[in-house]
Design a protein around this ligand. Structure first.
Ligand code: DO4
Ligand code: MG
Length: 285
């Protein structure tokens, strides 16, 4: 079951259920005004399945615009959860190499704040590269959707945009490398009802287009994530509360080579096999 937020032609925000035939069933007809209400239910999947049996208005995707499915959830991110991320970061930074090496195998994972919900970028919107950075990359990541009780209730796709030269200069600059205008895209929908075992069979692929040509393309597997999802969530919720739930990006397993940097007008396409695709163009911010 795929939940989405979308904008109608009257520019109203509605909640929808994506169908196999590329239609959206309007859950607002059944009185659902927030995805969070479903994520907080005792059994979200059961509730969504029962809603889907109602007689709901159906839109085709070209009649509406999908929005980011994030409502009031803070967005956090785990880091150095794939071997590829550890290696690339150790190479980009003499200064901080030891820190990446240690956190990959330490008991406590790296978890950092990524975005306020109102700053999250949705499908089709522009993601940013900083004008004071020279080396910018997208980070395609599986995102966990967690309710206020700390249960993983769904999955979506995240782009943890990063400035590698700023992070590489000094790890204390991580917040500047990671948290800036348009640095976090999430969407296009939330998949509810898949277990971690199922999510671990999914692949993640990244394609970057420049002037219509592919300039970078790679694929990885969710199963390459070193840590269990429950383990990551349990650290996120330690001595911390999330009254509206949270989104947790699970780290990147794809890092382009050292000679690659994003440019304005590039198009970033991230696909997760069990979810769909998140597409954004790049602008300078
Ligand atoms: O350690 C810095 C950030 C790591 C990260 O964002 C990732 O591995 O995805
Ligand atoms: Mg990341």
């Amino acid at each position: 079951m795929k939940l989405s937020r979308f904008l109608t032609s009257q520019r109203e925000t509605h909640i929808g259920l994506l169908t196999e035939e590329n239609h959206v069933l309007d859950l607002s007809d059944a009185g659902v005004n927030y995805i969070t209400a479903l994520l907080e239910a005792e059994n979200p999947l059961e509730q969504i399945e029962s809603l889907s049996r109602q007689n709901l208005t159906r839109f085709s995707l070209d009649q509406i615009r999908l929005l980011s499915p994030v409502e009031r959830q803070e967005v956090w991110a785990a880091g150095v959860t794939y071997l590829r991320s550890k290696k690339a970061r150790m190479e980009e930074s003499n200064f901080s190499a030891n820190a990446y090496d240690r956190v990959y195998s330490a008991q406590r994972p790296e978890i950092f704040f990524k975005s306020l919900p109102e700053k999250v970028i949705g499908p089709g919107e522009a993601v940013g590269i900083r004008r004071d950075a020279q080396w910018n990359v997208p980070e395609p990541e599986l995102a966990l959707i967690i309710n206020s009780r700390g249960n993983i209730v769904g999955y979506t796709i995240g782009n943890d945009m990063s400035s590698r030269d700023i992070e590489g200069e000094n790890l204390l600059y991580l917040p500047q490398a990671k948290i800036y205008h348009r640095s976090c895209a999430i969407g296009p929908c939330i998949v509810v009802g898949s277990t971690e075992t199922v999510a671990r069979t999914w692949s993640i692929s990244l394609q970057i287009f420049r002037k219509g040509q592919i300039v970078f393309e790679r694929q990885t597997a969710v199963n390459q994530i070193k840590r269990g999802f429950g383990e990551l969530v349990s650290y996120l919720f330690r001595s911390q509360t999330f009254p509206h739930g949270a989104v947790l990006l699970t780290g990147t397993g794809i890092v382009p080579g050292d000679d690659f940097s994003l440019q304005p007008n590039d198009k970033v396409r991230i696909e997760v096999s069990g979810i769909g695709a998140l597409e954004n163009t790049v602008i300078m911010v």
